[in-house]
Unconditional design. Structure first.
Length: 108
């Protein structure tokens, strides 16, 4: 008699249950690390992109003592200064601060 690993045995039993209709498999839920916009039919959030973000925070959100690092034009100075809101934005979508100046979606 051959030794069958517990994983293989579980896989064979699961396949048999699915084939007979005794077990119904639901589609897999999106992983916790996947952004909400990646799942099909997900509601758009303000964290999806800078266009949506700027609808709520017109000139962006930055850390309390942040300074806009720009090489062209005047730097943005009238963004909302909030460490809590900036941290929340970065937890949802790190692309909101692509220039890494601690100001998310700054807009002139």
């Amino acid at each position: 008699m051959q030794h069958v690993s517990p994983r293989l045995r579980a896989a064979v039993v699961s396949a048999a249950l699915i084939a007979t209709g005794a077990l119904v498999v639901a589609p897999a839920a999106p992983s916790a690390g996947a952004p909400a916009s990646a799942s099909a039919g997900a509601r758009p959030t303000i964290w999806d992109n800078c266009t949506r973000f700027n609808n709520r925070y017109e000139h962006g959100v930055g850390r309390r003592h942040a300074h806009d690092q720009t090489t062209s034009g005047d730097p943005v100075r009238n963004f909302l200064r909030s460490n809590k809101k900036f941290r929340r934005a970065m937890n949802h979508n790190r692309d909101l601060d692509r220039d890494n100046d601690n100001v998310a979606c700054e807009q002139h």
